[in-house]
Every structure is written in structure tokens, then in C-alpha cells.
Design a protein around this ligand. Structure first.
Ligand SMILES: [Zn+2]
Length: 322
């Protein structure tokens, strides 16, 4: 019908070629890959209608599997992420892609499933998610005057978390480094390994309510276990991909299953075409940056290395409308 009104449509062969090349990641067939997985709901809370689970290969940051699940297919909205993961896993198996490690947030259903049904892979928790959760919990505490003195330390605490993960392989080593944090911020440096004392921030007073709440939060066994299981892989591209889906399928608009399915597949194709674009250089051959001041950085300027503009070959050349 589309061709009768002069709209070009890809042949079935072209469609399957692109599907194989850009969606299924056939080039990974037979290889062992480290992947990150995450779910994205079409609306916040527990009332989401669609969930998309995406698996990203962590070396080249290409999406190698992505599945759309409708909440009516499973028991609840919360179960969509795990169902999507199971379907992605089936697809990887179909293409003989072997998974050596999976990095996810600490979604309980996923954690239990991997432990019981997929024990041959290493399962890491995403450090970015752990840090984000801790930052949020600490920021909430500082809203009351009693705990306000914690605020200047939040950034350092999160940086220390990354350092513990990145600088250690052994779980015990990570725990030991993490535990040092509390004595350091209360101005007790007997176990610290630094020579000069940083003095830009007011120390947390020993025995104060701030110290007690920090001790409770930072030394909780749940957080320490998360740090021990944290992965060193950079998963920011997966977050960026999920943000990109919003351009193709804004959360405020309702879509049919087919509509949603087409839209997120376009996002996958866009992402895989553009994820590893080269960086821009000036005529003098120097790297180019953009400067932004986001509210997250408390209006401190952030320099970001610019990449060359994205291309849409897969969307517009191959599927040319006219
Ligand atoms: Zn110290």
C-alpha cells in the first residue's frame, strides 16, 4: 500500500540484513562478551505499560539484544525487566554469543534469577547505580538541619566508593578501604595513607548525630556487599541509550505495541551506528570541547569532548522515503 502512494519501503531481504547487522549483533557470534543489562519503563512507578530490557556489549558499547515486554504479558510491571532479560538471553544463545559477565543494577528479581538460573556467568552490580543510590540517600538526610554537615562530604564519599572499586580486585581489600572512610572524615587519619591533611571541608565531629548516621549508612552490610560485588565496567553508554529512547518514544505519549516496538528499534539502530563516532578536532588538530553547566554539577563548568555529528544512514539512506 505504501508503494502505491509513492513511499519506498525496504524489501524483506533488506530488513532482515539490517536486523541481523544492527539489532542482533551477529558479529559477536561465537565470542565471549562482557555485557551490561538494564530495564527502562515507559512511565515511572508501577503502572508502566511497556518495559524494554537492553543488553549492551561493554567493549564497543553496541546494543546486542533488546526486548520489549508488555505488562499484560507478565504478573506485574515490576516483572517486565526480568522477562526481557530472559528473552534477550534466548536471543544471545540463538546467535551463539557467550556471556562471561553481566553488570546490572541490584534489581532483586534479576539478581535471584542469575544466581539460580545463570550461575556460569559473573554477575556484577553497576557501580554508577550504587553510587547514585547512596548519593540520593545522603542528600535526603541533609535536608534536616541535624545532618546538614554531611552535605559537603557527599561528593568525596561517592568518589571514594569509585576508588575502592577501581583500585581493588579482592573483596576484603575493598571493604578495608571503604571502612577507612569514616575515620578519615572524622579527622582521624591514623590508618589513612595520605601525607597532608585536606582541610577544605569541616570535619564531621566524632560522636555527633552526623557521625552516627554516616556510620549506620556507610557501614551497612547491604552497602558493603554491593561494593564487594561492584563491577569496574563503564555502563554510562547504556544509560545514554535509554535516554535516547525518549527521543524516539517520549514517555508522555501512549503507543501501541507495534508503535513502541518500531520506535525503540529505531533507537537501537541509531545508537549502534553512532556510538563510537570519532572525536572532533580543530583545523590545528586539537581536540574540541563543549562547556556546560548542569544543575547536577552545582553550576560548575564541565568540559565534554566533542564527537563528530551523528549520522542517520541506516534510517534515511537505506529506508529512503523518496
Ligand atoms: Zn585521612
Amino acid at each position: 500500500m505504501l508503494s502505491s502512494i509513492n513511499i519506498a519501503v525496504p524489501t524483506y531481504r533488506t530488513f532482515t540484513t539490517h536486523q541481523r547487522k544492527y539489532l542482533h549483533g551477529r558479529s559477536f557470534a561465537g565470542r565471549e562478551v562482557d555485557i551490561a543489562g538494564d530495564g527502562r519503563c515507559d512511565s515511572p512507578g508501577h503502572s508502566a505499560l511497556y518495559g524494554i530490557t537492553t543488553l549492551m556489549e561493554l567493549k564497543n558499547h553496541r546494543v546486542i539484544s533488546s526486548k520489549l515486554v508488555k505488562s499484560t504479558e507478565v504478573s506485574s510491571s515490576n516483572a517486565m525487566e526480568l522477562e526481557g532479560l530472559k528473552r534477550c538471553r534466548e536471543e544471545l544463545a540463538l546467535h551463539q554469543i557467550k556471556v562471561s559477565s553481566l553488570t546490572t543494577d541490584r534489581h532483586t528479581g534479576v539478581t535471584k534469577y542469575v544466581r539460580q538460573q545463570w550461575p556460569e556467568i559473573k554477575h556484577y552490580f553497576d557501580t554508577w547505580h550504587i553510587s547514585k543510590g547512596l548519593k540520593k540517600r545522603l542528600a535526603e538526610k541533609t535536608r534536616t538541619a541535624k545532618y546538614r554537615a554531611i552535605a559537603p562530604w557527599i561528593k568525596s564519599i561517592c568518589n571514594h566508593l569509585y576508588w575502592c572499586v577501581w583500585s581493588s580486585e579482592e573483596e576484603s581489600d575493598r571493604e578495608e578501604k571503604w571502612r577507612l572512610l569514616l575515620s578519615h572524615i572524622t579527622n582521624d587519619h591514623t590508618k589513612c595513607n595520605h601525607e597532608t591533611k585536606p582541610s577544605t571541608k569541616a570535619w564531621i565531629v566524632q560522636g555527633s548525630p552526623c557521625e552516627r548516621i554516616l556510620s549506620e549508612m556507610l557501614l551497612s552490610s547491604r552497602l558493603i556487599n554491593d561494593i564487594k560485588r561492584a563491577g569496574k565496567q563503564n555502563t554510562s553508554e547504556l544509560e545514554a541509550f535509554h535516554a535516547k529512547i525518549n527521543h524516539y518514544a517520549p514517555k508522555m505519549t501512549g503507543y501501541t505495541y507495534q508503535g513502541m516496538s518500531s520506535r525503540y528499534q529505531l533507537a537501537v539502530m541509531y545508537h549502534n551506528e553512532n556510538v563510537n563516532r570519532p572525536y572532533r578536532v580543530s583545523k590545528a588538530g586539537e581536540a574540541m570541547y563543549s562547556i556546560s553547566r548542569s544543575k547536577h554539577s552545582k553550576l560548575q563548568p564541565i568540559a565534554t569532548k566533542l564527537r563528530v555529528p551523528p549520522t542517520y544512514n541506516i534510517l534515511f539512506t537505506k529506508f529512503s522515503l523518496f
